[in-house]
Design a protein around this ligand. Structure first.
Ligand code: MTE
Ligand code: MO
Length: 268
């Protein structure tokens, strides 16, 4: 640019042109945003989420389950790093009266064939007589908090082995006999107001426990006494407190937060 070209007039012109251009771009941008938002909100719902969002959730789910491995363990921590009073979060299905002394776990071996479903009734004493395992891990809630917590109970896989659960044949589960395994386990509170579904591989993961102790003491009422699920490979939503019924099925069990727009898998 020469000295003559760089007149004040030219300078003003350039600024004006650039200002107008950026205003137009801005209007276009806002317009696209409004249009996109309106389009999104006109889309049908799919299990509590707008369809395009559900599509993204499902794609994530495929990716996460592809990475799932039994031998991939969540990191564990020393007892000293466990918080003394873990946060109490979520009390759906926990408000009805419950007598822990007479409580029993109902187990439906095959929820898909109601006629042949033999329901097993298991007492807390029977659960306590199985091998006890501890797990100290970083508990993560989808709300964004996490804390290192310490739990104890029976490994779900030991429980399933003992009662021969999760198979159509009624034999003890065998990872190599995929066709004999149910695809899902479902759990719900005694009043049925909170319920989750978990893919069988994750519930059989070596760190998943049916939990009756927290920090070396009996599980507090508001944290799921007498028995809750602790499943370190999943977000908090799946750690159902106060289990009433456990069942096995090839159909995806109903899931409280899935119905409200969260992803089903909820894996870490
Ligand atoms: N019965 C029942 N279990 C539940 C919930 C609930 O509302 N009701 N909330 C879940 C959620 S979202 C989280 S983060 C954990 C919290 O467990 P805590 O209260 O022991 O921290 O419990 C899960 N299990
Ligand atoms: Mo949560």
């Amino acid at each position: 640019m020469t000295e003559e070209n760089f007149s004040e007039e030219n300078f003003k012109k350039t600024v004006r042109r650039k200002t107008i251009r950026s205003i137009l771009w801005f209007i276009l941008f806002i317009g696209a945003l409004v249009f996109g938002w309106k389009w999104l909100n006109r889309q049908p719902m799919d299990a509590g989420a707008l369809k395009p969002l559900r599509t993204v959730l499902s794609a994530n789910e495929k990716l996460f389950s592809a990475f799932y491995s039994d031998s991939r363990l969540e990191p564990e921590y020393p007892i000293s790093s466990a918080v003394r009073y873990p946060k109490v979060n979520g009390n759906y299905g926990m408000k009805s009266a419950l007598d822990t002394a007479t409580w029993k776990l109902l187990v439906v071996r095959n929820a898909d064939v109601p006629a042949t479903a033999d329901t097993l009734v298991v007492s807390m004493d029977e659960i306590r007589s199985l091998p006890r395992t501890e797990v100290i891990f970083n508990f993560k809630c989808i709300e964004g908090w996490s804390q290192i917590t310490r739990w104890a109970g029976v490994k779900f896989s030991d429980f399933a082995e003992h009662y021969r659960l999760g198979t159509k044949s009624g034999n003890a589960p065998d990872k190599n006999k995929k066709d004999d395994l149910f695809k899902y386990a479902g759990l719900r509170t005694p009043d049925g107001l909170y319920y989750v579904g978990v893919d069988l591989a994750s519930i059989m993961h070596p760190q998943t426990i049916l939990c009756y102790e927290m920090n070396g003491k009996p599980l507090p009422m508001n944290q799921g006494a007498p028995l809750r699920l602790i499943i370190p490979v999943k977000y908090g939503v799946k750690h159902l407190k106060r289990i009433g019924t456990l069942f096995f099925s090839d159909a995806q069990p109903p899931d409280f937060w899935y119905e409200r727009g969260y992803d089903y898998y909820a894996g870490l």
